[in-house]
Write a protein of this length. Structure first.
Length: 216
């Protein structure tokens, strides 16, 4: 009685292409199992959130996608409203790698301008509500906002507008009277020492006073 080839014989005669496909599939499954567990982040066009979104996408999406077409599709899906409308046409381009690169270029040029980020930060810091003398929580929140601005602008290397004495004066007007007087005294001490008071000096003083106010 004739017998068909055993499983082992069949396996020995499997083509290299088949073996390669299985290995490739296993590699993809293994990669998927190790994807970071993060909440999806979508970008709505806020320049202050651009760097956050860019780093999220590069580390949590782009590095795990198999090709540039997949990256482009994910990039479009994770953009909303105006940003999405600006790059959707990239799907019509014939070269996926070129299309993906151009989509990033459009987003970077539109939302990643550090000068625009400075303008928004400065406007927000100057035009927020006046902080009352006994509002320790409001002072703390303002200190945190100042610190966020400081770290962000220092990271992208664009502190000059915030160090401008006119902008510092407008920002400090939001402080409670007592803290504003402390800042004026501190700025004068810095000038007497032959230096110029800058944004980081203001942040550190406000943070110190806000921490002190919260302790009571």
């Amino acid at each position: 009685m004739a017998h068909g080839p055993s499983w082992g014989e069949q396996n020995r005669h499997a083509t290299p292409n088949t073996n390669d496909s299985v290995v490739h599939l296993l590699e993809r499954l293994n990669t998927a199992q190790h994807l970071p567990k993060v909440n999806p982040v979508k970008y709505n066009g806020d320049p202050l959130r651009w760097t956050h979104f860019k780093r999220y996408f590069e580390t949590s999406v782009a590095r795990y996608a198999e090709d540039d077409l997949t990256r482009l599709l994910n990039l479009i899906e994770r953009c909303e409203r105006e940003p999405q409308a600006r790059i959707e046409f990239c799907l019509d381009l014939s070269n996926p790698s070129d299309a993906y690169r151009k989509a990033w270029k459009i987003l970077q040029e539109t939302y990643g301008d550090s000068n625009e980020v400075v303008k928004i930060f400065t406007f927000n810091l100057q035009n927020g509500p006046q902080i009352a003398g006994r509002d320790s929580e409001g002072l703390w929140n303002f200190a945190c906002e100042l610190q966020q601005c400081w770290y962000t602008m220092d990271d992208i290397g664009n502190m000059s507008p915030l160090n401008n004495s006119y902008n510092l004066a407008l920002i400090s007007k939001r402080l409670p009277t007592q803290v504003r007087e402390l800042w004026a005294r501190r700025a004068e001490e810095i000038r007497a020492a032959g230096a110029v008071a800058n944004f980081s000096d203001l942040v550190q003083l406000v943070k110190q006073e806000a921490r002190f106010a919260r302790s009571y």
